[in-house]
Design a protein around this ligand. Structure first.
Ligand code: EPZ
Length: 421
């Protein structure tokens, strides 16, 4: 495919200055799109971002029978006639979040057949917690011939304790219970802001969910959900990525339409690295000289710990901080695939198990590097922006999954970056 050959050419060393309005969150939009399946009215979703993962999820909804119209960035989603409960493997392989559809399908149609989801090559990404939770809700789950067959005829409320606060499993199990009479409680639930947004969306449609944002979520089943107009929250990962880009290149950046309280763990590290940060309501300002001190140590974990989705961007920044930095990745087992690519650019990184030891260098140097996943790809762009000379980032289709024309945003801020085939 032509998209697979696209790459970025970056001429590094330009400071970033300017203002950017942040897109809606990919990881809020995806479960909210899945939740539309449970509604037999028309849902209007605003500010739809231009991410290929969103396009893939819209394809999944259409295969199930949803009618979708798009007017600029507004989506009109009509799931009145949802009747199919089977998602072909070619679609579920493209996007991991297709697994979110499972809970919503079981709530609406009481059955589903889905193959194992795909996603970034950042780890095994099993779905045992999703399936264990569904079984605890009385769903009959059979795994055979590469497919998962679910029968939710006997779906019933329960108290479920997640072995790990999985974001996807929390979202899936919430959706599975929304239309089931009785009260279900999920303990050790994930607390990410995107889960709070899912709760708010479903409640606006008439659902009765409480506790999202804490480790205990309660879902009181209702008989139906009505169509609404909704705008998901801004993308905290994109906001964090752009703040780190400016910290690395030096310059001044104002982000608008964001939620600074959703990425306090990132701004804390940037301040430690000698950036100036001022935030209020939906805006955040950063000023950096480009001369950074090491932020010392970073440990990823479930929210509100430091997010794994920003780990590789901070790793890229650590390569040019003065001093040594230690980064522990505790969420996914293969999130250091970007290290060999950064080392091609002159970074000094050693990885032992789930820990990266970084010795800061004065400069990185341009090289030809390969994106291996979404956020690792973004971190290579950040490295190219501050490297001496030209950097070619290949396989940028990974980046397009969660950033909308990143080169356009960076060009408006003064970067010298072009997308070429
Ligand atoms: C969501 O993935 C996000 N994706 C990921 O963002 C994010 O990195 C992740 O949460 C953690 O915050 C979306 O929201 C679409 P998990 P998810 O279930 O739900 C293990 C990005 O870059 N686990 O919280 O798949 C799993 O292997 C993407 O935007 C099980 O063992 O993450 C991992 O080690 C990447 N069994 C840990 O839990 C399960 O059944 C966290 O996974 C499920 C998960």
């Amino acid at each position: 495919m032509k998209e697979d050959l696209q790459k970025y050419i970056i001429n590094g060393g330009k400071k970033l200055n300017g203002e950017v309005e942040i897109d809606c969150s990919k990881n809020a939009y995806l479960p909210i799109l899945a939740a539309c399946i449970m509604c037999d009215g028309v849902v209007t979703l605003k500010n739809c971002p231009n991410f290929t993962d969103i396009d893939a999820m819209l394809k999944v909804l259409k295969v199930l029978g949803a009618k979708i119209e798009k007017d600029e960035t507004t989506l009109y989603i009509d799931c009145k006639n949802i009747e199919f409960s089977f998602i072909p493997s070619d679609l579920t392989k493209i996007i991991r979040s297709s697994i979110f559809v499972l809970g919503a399908l079981l709530a609406r149609l009481k059955k589903a057949k889905i193959s194992y989801p795909g996603g970034c090559d950042i780890g095994l990404r099993p779905i045992d917690l999703h399936l264990k939770g569904l079984r605890q809700l009385g769903v009959e789950v059979q795994e055979k011939h590469g497919y998962i067959y679910c029968d939710a005829t006997n779906l019933k409320p329960n108290i479920i304790t997640l072995d790990y606060p999985s974001v996807g499993a929390t979202e899936n199990l919430i959706m599975a219970c929304v239309l089931t009479s009785g009260t279900t409680t999920i303990l050790n639930a994930a607390q990410e802001p995107e889960i709070v947004d899912l709760q708010n969306f479903i409640n606006k449609m008439g659902g009765k969910i409480s506790g999202a944002g804490t480790s205990q979520i309660t879902i009181e089943g209702v008989s139906c959900l009505k169509g609404v107009v909704y705008t998901p929250i801004p993308d905290r990962i994109i906001a964090s990525t752009l703040l780190i880009a400016c910290a690395m290149t030096g310059g001044e950046l104002l982000l608008t339409g964001c939620e600074p309280k959703h990425f306090l763990s990132i701004t804390d590290k940037l301040i430690k690295s000698s950036c100036k940060i001022v935030s209020n309501n939906d805006k955040i300002y950063i000023q950096s000289s480009g001369m950074l001190n090491s932020f010392g140590f970073l440990d990823t974990g479930p929210y509100p710990s430091f997010p794994t989705d920003v780990q590789t961007q901070m790793l890229a920044m650590a390569t040019i901080c003065s001093g040594n930095t230690v980064i522990c990745e505790n969420v996914f087992e293969s999130r250091f695939k970007v290290v060999p690519e950064l080392c091609k650019m002159g970074a000094k990184i050693k990885v032992f198990n789930n820990t990266a030891f970084v010795e800061g260098v004065k400069n990185l140097f341009g090289a030809t590097v390969y994106a291996r996943d979404l956020r690792g790809g973004a971190s290579l762009v950040l490295a190219g922006l501050c490297a001496k000379g030209y950097t070619t980032v290949c396989d940028i289709f990974h980046i397009d999954r969660g950033y909308s024309k990143l080169e356009k945003t960076l060009t408006t801020l003064g970067a010298d970056i072009h997308r070429v085939v």
